[in-house]
Each structure stands twice: as structure tokens, then as C-alpha cells.
Design a binder for this molecule. Structure first.
Ligand SMILES: [Cu+2]
Length: 154
């Protein structure tokens, strides 16, 4: 019984305040780039700040068949994207997911995304000790006239 009680105490201390879950990762200003008809992929962007070393290891959304964490890099003057297994979030430093850099790729969109819609996403974080927690995000869709991101991978 003693072990059980210790385990419960550990869970409570890790997650007493909802906002402090997932290693205290706070999500700021999430948004999703709007799409045009027949466009099947788009990017989601936000700021992530972790209070302790944490990694973003995955994401999912009912709006997309597949969701990946991507990195965008310049290769021979060509913008390319590639999936990354995990995005490191150092303690106390805000990491920006933004156009031209890291982003969450929503692929296999169920329907076009237009301004005024909100895309629910669940982000999965892994703490330094391997414990995983999820954070739900509601990201508003922003209509942007900028050209859709080019895809090197898919
Ligand atoms: Cu991408």
C-alpha cells in the first residue's frame, strides 16, 4: 500500500495545476495557415515554453489524417521540409514554431481550412525522465495570401 500511496503522491505533485502538466509547457499564440480547395496539407505554428527540459515528440488532430513535426531548411537555395523525431525545448526558453522554421505539419486534411475555423490539436511532450504528457491546443485558422509552403518530402 505504501508504494501505491507514493505513486499517487507523485502523480498529484506532477499535475496538481492543469497548466503545470507536461513539464509546465505553455503554448502561446497558436495558429494554422488557411488552405485553398484541394490543398491537402498545411502548417500549424505557435510558441512553446517549457519550465523544465522537455521534447515535443508528436501531435495529432481530428482535422488531419497525419500530423508530423517538421523542420524547414534551405538547401541550395531551395526550401525543404523534413520530419523530425523530436523538438527539444530547453528550460525557460521560448521555442517558436513559425513559417520558415519548425512547424507542425497537418497532412491529409479532411476539408479546406478557412479563417474563422479552429483546429483542435493534441501535442505530446516527453520530459527528461521519459514521462509523456499531452496538451490540447485550439488553433485559430489565419487566412494568408502567401504561397503555400513547398514540400520537399511529400
Ligand atoms: Cu512541413
Amino acid at each position: 500500500m505504501k508504494h501505491t500511496r507514493q505513486l499517487i503522491a507523485a502523480i498529484l505533485s506532477a499535475c496538481t495545476v492543469t497548466a503545470a502538466c507536461a513539464g509546465g509547457v505553455s503554448v502561446s499564440d497558436p495558429w494554422v495557415r488557411g488552405t485553398v480547395a484541394a490543398q491537402k496539407a498545411t502548417g500549424a505554428f505557435m510558441g512553446l515554453t517549457a519550465s523544465a527540459p522537455t521534447r515535443l515528440v508528436g501531435a495529432s488532430s481530428p482535422a488531419a489524417a497525419q500530423v508530423e513535426v517538421h523542420e524547414m531548411t534551405m538547401e541550395n537555395d531551395v526550401m525543404k521540409m523534413r520530419p523530425v523525431a523530436a523538438l527539444d525545448l530547453p528550460a525557460g526558453a521560448k521555442v517558436d514554431l513559425k513559417p520558415g522554421g519548425y512547424h507542425i505539419m497537418l497532412m491529409g486534411l479532411a476539408k479546406p481550412l478557412s479563417e474563422g475555423m479552429t483546429v483542435p490539436m493534441t501535442l505530446t511532450f516527453e520530459a527528461a525522465d521519459g514521462a509523456r504528457e499531452t496538451v490540447d491546443v485550439e488553433a485559430p485558422v489565419r487566412a494568408l495570401t502567401a504561397a503555400p509552403m513547398k514540400h520537399g518530402m511529400h
